[in-house]
Design a protein around this ligand. Structure first.
Ligand SMILES: [Zn+2]
Length: 283
């Protein structure tokens, strides 16, 4: 049967409309696919169905500079020694936390600016904040140092308060033994806040212990160098301990350490400075 002309036109128009509608739908679907492919959230999905955003890569550590954005000022009283003695590539390195056995004694370490000047609670009741941060950096240095292939370990005394300096388990007694058998002993410290503190730097071992070596030199270049006979020769350097004053325990570094959101990253960056210096000194 032949349809009247007006009916034929209408069929043709309807066909065109359907085809047009399909094309538009196809285009919309394609657009939606592309939309998803570039990673934008699909508005049709419930929020919990959306793929989790990729975690942001950790911010890089601040590069060494003067003034230093991470450490703050180097020691205001610098030394002029140079460490030249070579070391073996598998030099045993022992990392200690300063004041780890002297809580409640005459030398417990600095309370830090936050506790002393801002009346904030200590990081851990019963110990000075310096010991808390010394331990954090000690642990990170040993773990990162091992990952970089260093022959490195920590020593931790059995008690936080050993009254007798000559007790065989103190940092001092152990350091004397380790140092005499050729091991490199590094004790992590934070200096007091300004105006009491000096700034960052290495207080190296005394002359009677050994010649200063390339690891001492590398740490001094990274952190600064105190005079060899600083304060007439401290207890640690007399017994073979190199004291590394990481930085003064004051803002902005102390604030970044205390903030749980920036704590681990800041500790890692401090440890990275130490480990980079150790690796450079040895190689
Ligand atoms: Zn200290």
């Amino acid at each position: 049967m032949r349809l009247p002309a007006w009916m034929q036109r209408r069929r043709f128009a309807t066909g065109l409309a359907i085809t047009g509608f399909s094309l538009v739908t196809l285009a919309m679907t394609k657009a939606a696919e592309q939309h998803n492919w570039i990673g934008t959230a699909d508005p049709d999905k419930e929020p919990e169905e959306q793929p989790a955003p990729a975690p942001a890569p950790p911010a890089p550590c601040p590069a060494p500079a003067t003034p230093d954005p991470l450490l703050g000022p180097r020691t205001k009283e610098p030394g002029s020694w140079v460490g030249l003695s070579p070391v073996q590539s598998n030099l045993p390195i022992v990392v200690m936390a300063g004041h780890a056995d002297s809580q409640g004694t005459a030398s417990p370490g600095t309370p830090g600016y936050a506790v002393d000047q801002q009346n904030l609670p200590p990081m851990q009741p019963g110990i000075r904040d310096e010991l808390f941060w010394n331990r954090e950096v000690q642990a990170a240095v040993v773990s990162k140092g091992k990952a970089r292939g260093l022959n490195i370990r920590s020593y931790t005394p059995p008690s936080i308060s050993i009254a007798n300096d000559t007790d065989p388990a103190t940092n001092w007694s152990k350091a004397k033994v380790f140092s005499e058998r050729g091991e490199y002993v590094l004790e992590i410290h934070f200096d007091a806040y300004r105006p009491h503190g000096f700034g960052s730097g290495l207080i190296p071992v005394l002359k009677n212990i050994r010649e200063l070596n390339v690891v001492d030199e590398s740490l001094a270049q990274a952190f600064g160098r105190f005079p060899r006979n600083f304060r007439g020769g401290l207890g640690g350097p007399r017994r073979g301990i190199g004291i590394l004053e990481i930085a003064m325990l004051e803002p902005p570094l102390e604030t970044k350490l205390r903030d749980p959101r920036t704590r681990q990253h800041t500790v890692n960056c401090l440890a990275e400075r130490v480990v980079n210096a150790l690796v450079q000194g040895i190689s």
